[in-house]
Design a protein around this ligand. Structure first.
Ligand SMILES: [Zn+2]
Length: 524
């Protein structure tokens, strides 16, 4: 991934910064394609689904209301020798091969002592497990550096006169602290009232946000799996629970997904040894008690992975979370998981969360602003929220894990990124067969310019360096679906060869037919 321009460690020439990555040009294009596919798919599910773009820095009271300041903690354990910090639950999961999600500090501590789990880095003894808050504070208009200097001065001199200044600075700092959002969701909740009124007070209302979120993770790792700065794509759907309990079909066509088969891992099947079982949407509703609206959106999310991203069915599942694993405000919670061959495990890449009225109620209480809405019969209620949540970076990593394959062709090995064409960073590469024949070069340039004019929205490249075989391999490796080559015949009959990345078949195509052929092949 690092070699070919997908991602690099951030601040690399200064030794990097753990948990932060820069996207290179290919990574950026791939991320953009994913986000556009996500947008097209999820925003088109309903006419009242919209995208918004709230600020990333938010008022501290937002996170009093959301509970993040109090509850957004991970259990942390520190090595008493080398001082390295670890997430206690993950450490236990790795050491013992059990799920430690949702355990209390005491339970985690007991497991560490009982099994004598030690620091994976130096073998030292681990300290006591304690909570660590993951919020990133941002100081606005005051200076935390000034406070640090003052504090150091005081510690060096112990001058009483500095104490009062120190106290004032501390107060100022506390007052002027805002936070980087730990999830995009809160932005949608804060915008709800305004957007609801603008959209003629109609429910359901969907507010989608694609953007950065920040978490001060204790031990970021596995490349893009656990980052401190990451991108989320989330859709918050506000609805009337009374209407959706009986009249969901007036808003969405449930019959369209009734027979859709989903890969589901139920809590009760966890120890069955099977990764998942197949259930129809109807079975999920009738035999497992899930409401139609929830099962409908689970199916839509599953279809996004299978139909749009083309993830093979065997590598995707919907995992039901247990009471203890899910956040207390989520009534229903399934994770979307993909099998990562390179990690040898299933990893969460998204989730479908029924959050009830927890969010808007919380903000109504803390802000004092009335966020309830009125039904036609005059009754009032606080809208409920169904959240479709995706980690964009994890999905990018999943796409590479699924589609990057090594193949043996004849006696040679090739590496090929078999992305669906609509997700490929570069859509077409144009080559002259050789670079030392000016007629070929100018003809190839001509076709390159023609395609660029024809498809301004696509990235198309021109390359004449190295042997033609090597140029094909380079494009295979970064997932370019088609290569167009200008050879000696091209000069005679205005045709080119069109090479397919996956089959490596080359077909002769007339130049005037090339654009329409590419358009139809690349829209899949
Ligand atoms: Zn250690």
């Amino acid at each position: 991934m690092l070699k070919v321009g997908i991602v690099y460690p951030a601040s690399e020439i200064y030794g990097g910064l753990r948990g932060f990555y820069d996207y290179g040009y290919l990574g950026h294009l791939l991320k953009q394609s994913f986000e556009n596919a996500w947008r097209r798919y999820f925003l088109s599910l309903h006419e009242n689904f919209w995208e918004v773009e709230p600020a990333e820095v938010m008022h501290q009271r937002v996170f009093v209301a959301s509970g993040h300041l109090e509850h957004f903690n991970d259990p942390m354990v520190e090595c008493t020798r080398c001082k390295e910090r670890f997430r206690a639950d993950k450490l236990i999961e790795e050491a013992l091969g059990i799920s430690a999600e949702g355990l209390t500090l005491e339970e985690l501590d007991r497991l560490i002592r009982e099994h004598n789990i030690r620091c994976p880095k130096c073998g030292g003894e681990l300290g006591k497990v304690r909570w660590f808050n993951l919020m990133f504070p941002v100081v606005i208009g005051a200076s935390s550096l000034e406070l640090i200097r003052l504090l150091k001065d005081y510690l060096a001199t112990r001058k009483e006169s500095l104490l009062e200044q120190l106290r004032q600075r501390l107060d100022e700092l506390e007052r002027s602290t805002a936070y980087l959002r730990p999830e995009t969701a809160q932005g949608a909740y804060l915008l709800f009232k305004r957007e609801f009124e603008l959209h003629r007070k109609k429910l359901p209302l969907g507010l989608a946000i694609i953007g950065k979120a920040f978490r001060n993770e204790i031990s970021p790792r596995q490349l893009l799996i656990r980052l401190r700065e990451f991108t989320q794509a989330e859709l918050q759907i506000f609805f009337d629970p009374e209407r959706w309990s009986s009249r969901f079909s007036e808003d969405f066509d449930f019959s369209e997904v009734r027979n859709t088969r989903l890969n589901v891992l139920l809590v009760k099947d966890r120890n069955s040894g099977q990764a998942f079982r197949e259930l129809s949407v109807q079975e999920l509703v009738e035999e497992h008690g899930y409401p139609a609206f929830y099962a409908y959106f689970l199916a839509k999310v599953f279809e996004f992975y299978v139909d749009v991203l083309r993830i093979p069915r065997s590598r995707i599942r919907l995992k039901e979370l247990s009471e203890r694993e899910k956040a207390f405000y989520n009534r229903y919670h399934f994770d979307v998981e993909i099998w990562f061959e390179s990690l040898g495990s299933w990893k969460e890449v998204g989730g479908v969360h029924y959050r009830t009225d927890h969010d808007l109620s919380g903000h109504q209480k803390v802000s004092g602003v009335n966020l309830s809405v009125r039904r036609e019969d005059g009754s009032e209620f606080i809208p409920h929220v169904l959240e479709l949540s995706f980690g964009v970076d994890r999905n990018i990593m999943a796409l590479i894990d699924v589609f990057l394959v090594k193949e043996t062709v004849g006696s040679k090995e090739r590496v090929v990124l078999k992305l669906p064409p609509r997700l490929s960073p570069i859509k077409v590469a144009v080559f002259p067969l050789v670079s030392n024949k000016p007629e070929l070069v100018s003809k190839a340039r001509e076709i390159y310019n023609l395609l660029r004019r024809e498809f301004p929205e696509w990235k198309i490249v021109y390359d004449e360096k190295g042997s033609i075989g090597k140029r094909y391999r380079r494009q295979d490796e970064i997932g370019t679906p088609f290569c167009v080559t200008v050879d000696y015949d091209s000069l005679k009959d205005d045709t080119v060869t069109l090479r397919d990345r996956d089959t490596m078949q080359q077909t002769r195509v007339r130049v005037d037919e090339l654009p329409s052929l590419l358009r139809s092949s690349l829209s899949s």
